[in-house]
Design a protein around this ligand. Structure first.
Ligand code: ADP
Ligand code: MG
Length: 697
């Protein structure tokens, strides 16, 4: 049966429902708050809450929740029912404007990076009316921002909302200079392509590493991985197709415009792309998409893996964050226009982004740092840990020509003094061909490909919005003060190409050669999460985040602390999981296999057949057991030492020990175990191997 598209968005308290159910004046006031990103007038809150409650109850809701996004990459909320007791022992269903606008959850159980130690434990959630409420599983979900009692953001959404205000103000200021007097708002638009793996649920349940860590800590290379390139865009298996169908339908009901689905490069890997929307809604929708993927996989006897690197030796997963800027009257600022002024505005916006990305490359890199991404970035499936921009030959040469005074395009009457008439129509195919760049211009948007598959897209986008706002602001100040507009535009582009052109790279980012070139150009290379996190407390970056009210200094430090602390926690959990698997599953299995093989060997020997190769095999396995035991002891010692030192080390020192000490032993241990896996009979191996996991969906 096909999906009834009249039920698209049926679980959402969207514009249509609001218009239908609210008195005209209330609707107008609410709409204004939504459009201007302002908070709701308290006088109308009660009526809005009441309409929302009535609608939600009709959709089967009994509860409501202030839904928020703490710094855990997943969402949270406590569910309160609408009931309120009456004197006669019955109940009425209530939902007040106050309850809609503000919640007061305890903030102490969410990552806060030390903010709570100095302030009160209480936190606030405040309704973000710019993202629509929705009903799911009997609860009305109210998207909210989450902050501490004293107003520090404790979530990923608050800085995103603040950055949206910044980019709107600064982009408007710039386009006004180009004669735009009609637009009243500029929003970042985002389409987040989501990669994921689907594997059999039973196999997933039988692997402690997948259950606890979301990735395999052991696993030998399968005979067939992705070398045949036969999975990408290939036929979708029936079970997977059924999962995708159910997922699409659930997402559509939630008003999420799931558009494209296909198999990815690695076996068992897939991708979902939605149609782009305003960034904070895109962010909420991406969180919901990830949640629905997990739930629907489980319902179908599958497990959805969102980790950046669930399997060694096959591609990991990312999130391609397609980002652009659009006015409220539908002008995409990254679309080359039709008139010379539109063209030059487009080129200047492009130049502004080049400047922003070069100046704040470290901050942008930070925005994609999660522990899992350390295994993926630079691994020949994802861009390296160096930020660069792909523009394509054509655009690069236009900008270079403006900068060095030669004229790229034939003269025309309408041409501006900086030498640009109408731009040649940019071929999307041309720019799309480069799949290796971390930040690629793809015709009318930039695609930031570094973001990890499990991460919230909020950080990447508030960083992008902020650094581009900064660049716009500097450029506008110059243009506002100049006497010859065209000449100043040319000067700005020239200076940007001279000072920041180094960040443009149109070649293959996956090669070692690029790493060398980038080093010569002085581009930062922050190879892991600990180093990338450092960008958050660099004074230059704190300043820009502060200047646009996106994060305060305290908030920057607290977020840095959380990143580093998470790093150490995750590595420690992985190490402990490894130890448990070794002690309780892997070693006993190998010993049993060796015992049985030794028995067979002895039986042969008793029959006067002395088989050298079995003997050698036994010796080899016995040596491997010794290696595993040694490395296991070493790992245990290191963990003990870390524990003993825990009070005397700073968070950063702990994280560094995890990276330089513990991770190294974990890798050695894995290598030995994987080398044993391939010589131990399947019957004895205690968990499904890579072939089972990747090819038996
Ligand atoms: P591809 O990545 O294969 O080039 P598309 O260009 O169709 O695919 O789009 C990829 C993603 O980019 C989709 O999620 C799409 O909605 C999004 N996208 C397209 N235009 C914009 C835009 N102006 N702003 C943000 N995202 C966009
Ligand atoms: Mg893409």
């Amino acid at each position: 049966m096909s999906f009834d598209f009249t039920s698209f968005g049926c679980q959402v308290f969207n514009d249509r429902v609001m218009k239908e159910r609210l008195p005209a004046n209330i609707y107008a006031s609410l709409k204004q708050s939504i459009d201007e990103g302002q908070s709701l007038h308290p006088e109308i809150a009660d009526e809005v809450a009441n309409a929302m409650k009535t609608w939600a109850i009709e959709q089967g809701a009994t509860h409501f929740t202030h839904w928020f996004q703490p710094m855990t990459n997943i969402t949270a909320g406590k569910h309160d029912s609408f009931i309120s007791p009456k004197k006669d022992g019955s109940v009425v269903l209530n939902f007040s404007g106050k309850e809609l606008i503000k919640g007061e959850p305890d903030a102490s159980s969410f990552p806060n990076g030390g903010i709570r130690n100095t302030f009160e434990a209480r936190g606030y959630t405040a309704w973000d009316c710019t993202s629509p409420a929705f009903v799911r599983d009997g609860t009305l979900y109210i998207p909210t921002a989450f902050c501490s009692y004293t107003g520090e953001a404790l979530d990923t959404k608050t800085p995103l909302l603040r950055s949206m205000a910044a980019i709107s103000t600064e982009a408007l200021r710039l386009i006004r200079l180009f004669g735009n007097h009609t637009s009243t708002r500029v929003s970042a638009t985002v389409g987040a392509e989501q990669e994921y793996f689907l594997i059999d649920r039973e196999m997933y349940e039988s692997r402690l590493d997948l259950k606890i860590c979301g990735r395999t800590l052991f696993g030998a290379k399968p005979p067939k991985g992705q070398e045949m390139d036969d999975h990408y865009f290939g036929r979708i298996r029936i079970r997977v197709a059924e999962f995708m169908r159910q997922l699409d339908e659930e997402l559509w009901k939630l008003g999420i415009t799931s558009k494209t689905k296909h198999n990815e490069v690695a076996p068992a890997q897939h991708e979902l792309a939605p149609i782009f929307e305003t960034v904070n809604i895109a962010c909420d929708h991406n969180q919901l998409t990830m949640e629905m993927m997990r739930i629907i996989a489980k319902k179908n006897g599958l497990a959805c893996l969102l980790h950046e690197k669930p399997f060694d030796l096959v591609n990991g997963s990312g999130k391609h964050n397609n980002w652009s800027l659009s006015t409220d009257d539908g002008i995409n600022l990254l679309d080359p226009g039709k008139t010379p002024y539109e063209n030059i505005q487009f080129l200047l916006v492009l130049a502004a982004i080049i400047k922003a990305v070069d100046e704040y490359a470290d901050l942008l890199r930070m925005s994609a740092a999660v522990v899992g991404n350390d295994y993926r970035l630079g691994g020949h499936e994802a861009p390296p840990t160096i930020i660069s921009i792909f523009l394509g030959e054509q655009l690069t040469s236009i900008l270079e020509h403006i900068a060095d005074d030669s004229n790229p395009i034939s003269k025309s009457a309408e041409m501006l003094s900086i030498g640009v008439a109408t731009l040649p129509k940019l071929k999307k195919d041309d720019s799309d061909r480069n799949r290796t760049s971390p930040f690629a211009f793809t015709g009318n948007k930039f695609e930031f490909r570094m973001v990890g598959s499990s991460a919230s897209i909020a950080c990447a986008n508030y960083v992008l919005n902020t650094i581009v706002a900064k660049s716009f602001s500097e450029i506008s100040s110059r243009l506002e003060a100049c006497s010859d507009f065209d000449k100043e535009v040319k000067n700005i582009i020239t200076e940007i190409m001279r000072d920041h052109g180094r960040v443009i790279f149109n070649g293959n980012n996956y090669t070692d050669e690029w790493v060398e070139i980038a080093a010569k150009r002085g581009l930062p290379n922050l190879p892991n999460t600990i180093e990338a996190a450092g960008a958050l407390i660099d004074p230059k970056n704190i300043n820009v985040l502060k200047e646009f009210n996106v994060l305060s200094e305290v908030e920057c430090y607290s977020r840095h602390e959380i990143m580093i602390e998470n790093y150490a926690k995750i590595i420690t959990i992985e190490a402990n999981t490894m130890l448990e698997m070794i002690h309780r599953e892997i070693l006993p299995s190998i010993i049993r296999f060796v015992g049985d093989t030794a028995q067979s060997y002895n039986q042969l020997k008793a029959a006067n057949i002395d088989n050298d190769s079995i003997h050698n095999q036994l010796t080899l396995l016995s040596d491997k057991i010794t290696d595993i035991t040694k490395l296991t002891n070493e790992l245990e010692q290191k963990l003990r030492k870390l524990h003993e030192l825990s009070n005397s080390l700073s968070t950063k020192e702990t994280a560094v020990l995890c990276r330089d000490d513990i991770k190294v032993v974990m890798q050695k241990l894995r290598t030995v175990v994987d080398s044993v896996e391939v010589i131990v009979s399947d019957e004895y191996w205690p968990m499904p191997n890579y072939t089972d996991l990747l090819h038996r969906v």
